[in-house]
Design a protein around this ligand. Structure first.
Ligand code: OSB
Ligand code: MG
Length: 384
């Protein structure tokens, strides 16, 4: 693993329309406004550009992070802490630790440095983390619709595509009926799970237990992010395994949630835990404790989708992830080799780096803003 110096880079905003609107309990997205980070790393004579994708959304509705804030934090509070010193991807999280929160911003920076380092070393990300599988099962996350017939048509199309598992977004008023209807439609053998994105309260535990009859793989984050005890109460009552997404911010936090009995499954999203290296540690901690994990998604472009697939190839990822083919979300991706799902699986990238090559021409077409980052600047360590 080489140490390099940050010699420059850029922050880019791109706008990409979704092939179909994606509605969750927290809102509807029709397009993504994605922040990309490029970092030029100097390794002796060689300068290598690495890219990272920030998974923060436009508004702080999934988590407190949002795109504009992430851009500001990266430029004003993170990059200065990394400037002017020999840097491996492994060092990044430690240097950024004094900054509280902002996991998605930190993850994007670490990604760019990791991508550069892997490209320089000629190593694919899967090899770096010791993932050996060459394909992984591909699940699809299905949004909320105005009526169950539209939902049924959408799920039917994804079944025809061959997805290995269906995840339905739920919220109060959109749960027992659509879930029961989809279970009847796809039959008992197709893995089915639900995700509430914190839309319920402890008073709803009784109601949520009525989902037990549908033989779900799991229920994801029914209660608020902070309500670990509520999830313990639900897990005590329900036969459906409880999985946490929004509540999990680190490997240590995952261990606490597991030991408290708040979950028996963990959704691992690299952006939410501050990067792919911490995501690996979440996986390791869960695996040691016999807790199943799966790889979540944040409507990533090809930059984030490729390493998600590699992460999902680690042995502890025993459940199908939200690692869909790129065409689930995009008419055209910003990479030359978009993730393609066939027969319910996606291939683990083998190219050096995080596993993608950019389609620069298309990337330029969808770019809405660009900011060049100069070389090393003094760290900004205090207020003002
Ligand atoms: O809760 O898993 C979630 C998308 C955006 C924000 C949160 C979530 C999701 C998804 C989509 O469910 C998963 C995907 O990218 O395939
Ligand atoms: Mg979720």
């Amino acid at each position: 693993m080489s140490a390099g110096l940050i010699a420059g880079g850029e922050l880019r905003r791109i706008a990409l329309d979704l092939v179909t609107p994606f509605r969750t309990s927290f809102g509807e997205e029709t397009a993504r406004n994605v922040l990309l980070v490029a970092v030029d790393m100097e390794y002796g004579d060689a300068t290598v550009r690495g890219w990272g994708e920030c998974v923060a959304m436009t508004a702080p509705l999934y988590s407190p992070e949002f795109v504009d804030a992430a851009a500001l934090v990266i430029e004003e509070h993170l990059l200065g802490r990394l400037a002017g010193q020999g840097l491996c991807a492994d060092d990044v999280a430690g240097h950024l630790a004094p900054v509280k929160g902002h996991a998605m911003a930190k993850a994007a920076v670490e990604m760019a440095i990791l991508d550069a380092e892997l490209r320089h070393d000629g190593t694919p990300f899967a090899s770096r983390i010791g993932a050996t599988r060459t394909r992984v099962p591909s699940g699809v996350s299905v949004g909320i619709f105005d009526d169950v017939d539209t939902l049924a048509a959408q799920v039917d199309a994804y079944m025809t595509d061959g997805y290995a598992r269906i995840k339905l977004k739920i919220e109060p008023g959109w749960d027992l009926e659509p879930v029961g209807m989809i279970r009847r439609l796809i039959g008992d053998d197709v893995p089915l799970q639900v995700d509430a994105n914190t839309a319920y309260r402890r008073e709803d535990i009784e109601h949520l237990c009525r989902l037990d009859e549908f033989g779900l793989l799991l229920i994801e984050q029914p209660l608020p992010e902070e309500d670990l005890l509520g999830h313990v109460r639900l897990a005590e009552r329900s036969t459906t395994p409880v999985c946490l997404d929004e509540s999990i911010h680190s490997a240590a936090g995952a261990v606490d949630a597991i030991e408290l009995g708040a979950c028996s499954v963990v959704n691992i999203k690299p952006g939410r835990v501050g990067g792919y290296l911490e995501a690996r540690r979440v996986h390791d901690a869960c695996r040691q404790r016999g807790v199943a994990v799966w790889c979540g998604g944040m409507l990533e472009t090809g930059i984030g989708r490729a390493p998600n697939v590699a992460l999902a190839a680690l042995d502890g990822f025993t459940l199908p992830g939200d690692v869909s083919g790129a065409d689930r979300f995009w008419r055209r991706d910003i990479v030359t080799d978009p993730v393609r799902m066939t027969d319910g699986t996606v291939p683990v990238p083998t190219t050096p780096g995080l596993g993608f090559d950019l389609d620069i021409e298309f990337l330029d077409q969808v770019t809405t803003a660009r900011r060049t980052l100069s070389g090393p600047r003094p760290a900004r360590r205090a207020d003002g």
